[in-house]
Design a protein around this ligand. Structure first.
Ligand code: FPP
Ligand code: MG
Length: 300
């Protein structure tokens, strides 16, 4: 099955699962969502390409992912998602939360069609990503310069669902679950590091959301942590004083210039590259290599 046909299949399963809710408002709201990259669905298809249940598993994971983003936009007060206005902006936060609840529970109830180990793996990852979101919010309250703690949070928030997608697809297809889980984990971590880099180097139009926004929101992402390590005492205080503040264009420029000087973006990219290389090393699969390479080169 070609990528396009399989993605259409996933979209139509998601739609029919939501039609089962039998409430036009749900269908209407779901149709306003932009699909995004469907990275997790593509991954499941590549790993379990011959299995008849791969489309349903992909649809479940994408429903859970979409639900988590609906809730995340409420938590982050974000007005743009995947290049279009977020549901909390076009409707309101209550609607975004309720739609998220429907997507999430519909995905979960569909999990009963799968073996227990697959259902357990996906269910556990949702607890983990909820924990990661909570860690992210708590950590955003104050300045953080601990790279390991940051990477632990990233693992929970972003990598666990990708890890679970890869692992459950491997279980479905009878492949080695732990290798594919490791691939998914590293793909997820490097994916989020690239996301954090793009927040700094991209413009708003390309990104589909405001640029340089993470630090304003309080998120000390890897480039900021690396920059902090390399600054002198006075500069360290300046960077800290800008944390969680609306930045003037002069302040944004200072951060970018300092990151240039200390190669903070390059250092972050190097870690993403290292994780990607580790991911490729555990699975001998040309398609999965392409997924990683495409992800590393993305600009939004
Ligand atoms: C985006 O992070 C957020 C996530 C990847 C996970 C969000 C998880 C939850 C809200 C908990 C789970 C909830 C349900 C209903 C399953 P980000 O804010 O760093 O990225 P962004 O720039 O794309 O918003
Ligand atoms: Mg967010």
């Amino acid at each position: 099955m070609s990528n396009e046909i399989m993605l259409e299949r996933v979209e139509s399963i998601m739609k029919s699962l939501l039609d089962e809710v039998e409430y036009d408002e749900v269908t209407r709201l779901f149709n306003t969502l932009s699909g995004g990259k469907r990275l997790r669905a593509k991954l499941i298809f590549k790993i379990a390409n011959t299995h008849e249940d791969a489309p349903l598993l992909s649809a479940i994971v994408e429903l859970i992912h979409a639900a988590s983003l609906l809730h995340d936009d409420v938590i982050d007060d974000a007005t743009i998602r995947r290049g279009v206005a977020s549901v909390n902006a076009t409707e309101d936060s209550k609607t975004a939360i309720m739609l998220g609840d429907i997507l999430y529970s519909k995905g979960f109830s569909s999990l009963v069609a799968f073996d227990k180990d697959i259902a357990q793996c996906i269910a556990d990852s949702v607890t983990a990503l909820s924990k990661g979101e909570m860690m992210d919010v708590v950590m955003s309250e104050s300045f953080n310069d601990d790279a390991d703690l940051y990477l632990e949070m990233l693992y929970f928030k972003t990598a666990t669902l990708i890890e679970a997608a890869a692992k459950s697809a491997a279980i479905l297809e009878g492949k080695d679950a732990s290798s594919y889980a490791l691939y998914g984990k590293n793909l997820g971590l490097s994916f989020q590091i690239i996301d954090d880099i793009l927040d700094i180097v991209s413009d708003t139009a390309t990104l589909g959301k405001p640029a340089l926004h993470d630090y304003v929101e309080g998120k000390c992402t890897l480039p900021y942590i690396y920059l902090y390590q390399d600054l002198n005492e006075q500069e360290k205080q300046k960077l800290k004083s800008l944390h969680k503040k609306e930045l003037s264009s002069q302040e944004s420029l200072w951060i970018k210039e300092k990151m240039n000087e200390h190669k903070s973006i390059e250092r972050s990219f190097a870690l993403a590259q290292e994780l990607s290389n580790d991911a490729i090393a555990v699975v001998d699969d040309a398609d999965l290599k392409v997924i990683i390479e495409t992800m590393m080169k993305r600009s939004f």
